[in-house]
Design a protein around this ligand. Structure first.
Ligand code: NAI
Ligand code: MG
Length: 355
């Protein structure tokens, strides 16, 4: 099995190094091959997603990705900015299904901003469509407003689009994920206002007939935002479009206290995937050796589970992470009084030792 390792920028190389150590400690015969991406790709080959990096990603069975981006590239034209690398990979590899689990480990209960009784034991999964919606819909642009009370003024416009097959493929992924959990699926839309959402909802209902064992419910996105902070444990699997999912998955992430704990997976229709922490390149702490590597290590566990068919090894990593937290080891982002503050390398080494 071939894993493409793309560390990227900022804390990316630091946290990916720890995840690679964990993978190597499993005793499996993976081939790990590394390539530059993001700002590192730009420095090495003049492009955030060099052809050779894209070719490696395409040839691999799975991709372990760190993070991209740095303020020093802010003045580059949009096409050369580091962030284009991740958008390019999602698009070229048709990674349309984004899995973002939000789990509150009991050892970190004090890290959430919500009351313990609201969040303790939280374990929900947000499935976000990643290839469509207003981020990619054409036409878009800036023009002179053709009509309305502001006719003649400069206006920006974007188009929200979803087709039935596009909604069907994410629906199947979400129903199958719900089948593996508590068989409850909430589809989030804004069908009281938007045509795309009405079509989304009708399609979800249609696909649900193939999954009679899953209980499908619907919620408007504004209510979903409220319920996520009021009663987050009332959800199990949530499926939604690209833009609503972008916002709700960040909101759900913060229920668990630190972005440094949250893995993610982006899958294509054959379950090939890109695995990365939910956070960015954290240039404010890069090079200091204090970044939390657990989100990346847990992303490697998701990779074993979803793309490489190694469920047992995935369980081993997740158990090792819980063990290290139970031992009281904490990077600064999750530190609280009475626990032991450690750096990136010590945290990674502790997970390897726990394995
Ligand atoms: P960020 O997630 O990099 O950082 C937000 C805050 O969380 C910072 O204070 C940072 O120090 C902290 N943080 C993040 N990860 C952490 C970890 N593992 N351990 C401890 N603390 C951690 O988001 P920000 O600051 O908005 O963006 C920084 C750069 O990252 C930008 O260039 C942005 O475009 C890029 N970015 C890249 C993503 C990707 O590669 N998929 C996703 C999000 C942002
Ligand atoms: Mg986001």
């Amino acid at each position: 099995m071939k894993i493409a390792v793309l560390p990227g920028d900022g804390i990316g190389p630091e946290i990916v190094a720890e995840a690679v150590n964990v993978l190597n400690a499993l005793g499996e015969s993976f081939t790990l091959e590394e390539a530059p991406v993001g700002g590192a790709g730009y420095e090495a080959q003049g492009h955030p997603l060099p052809d050779s990096t894209l070719a490696l990603a395409k040839a691999a069975d799975a991709i372990l990705f760190g993070a991209v981006g740095d303020w020093k590239y802010d003045s580059l034209e949009r096409a050369l900015r580091p962030e284009q690398a991740i958008l390019g990979l999602r698009k070229h590899l048709q990674l349309f299904a984004n899995f973002r689990p939000a789990i509150l480990y009991k050892e970190l209960a004090g890290a959430s901003s919500l009351k313990p009784e609201i969040v303790s034991g939280l374990d929900i999964l947000i499935v976000r469509e990643l290839n469509g919606d207003i981020y990619f819909g054409q036409p878009r642009g800036v023009r002179e407003a053709p009509d309305g009370p502001f006719a003649g003024a400069r206006e920006g416009f974007d188009t929200m689009r979803y087709s039935v097959p596009e909604v069907q493929r994410i629906a199947h992924v979400a129903f199958q994920a719900a089948q593996k959990r508590s068989r409850k699926l909430t589809s989030v839309d804004k069908s009281n206002v938007l045509e795309t959402s009405q079509l989304w909802r009708d399609t979800m209902i249609d696909v649900s007939k193939q999954y009679p064992d899953v209980e499908l419910s619907h919620m408007y996105v504004d209510n979903a935002a409220m319920q996520l902070v009021k009663a987050p444990k009332s959800f199990d699997v949530v499926v939604t479009g690209n833009m609503f999912g972008d916002i709700l998955s960040d909101q759900a992430a913060m229920l668990t206290g630190s972005i440094g704990m949250l893995p993610s997976a982006s899958l294509d229709k054959a379950n090939k995937g890109l695995y990365e922490p939910s956070h960015g390149s954290a240039p404010d702490i890069a090079g200091k050796g204090i970044a939390n590597p657990l989100a990346t290590i847990l992303s490697a566990a998701m990779m074993l589970r979803y793309s490489l068919g190694k469920t047992e090894q995935a369980d081993r990593i997740e158990t090792a992470v819980k063990k290290v937290l139970a031992q009281g080891l904490r990077t600064p982002d999750i530190w609280e009084a009475g626990t032991q503050k450690v750096g990136t390398r010590e945290m990674g080494a502790a997970v390897v030792a726990a394995l």
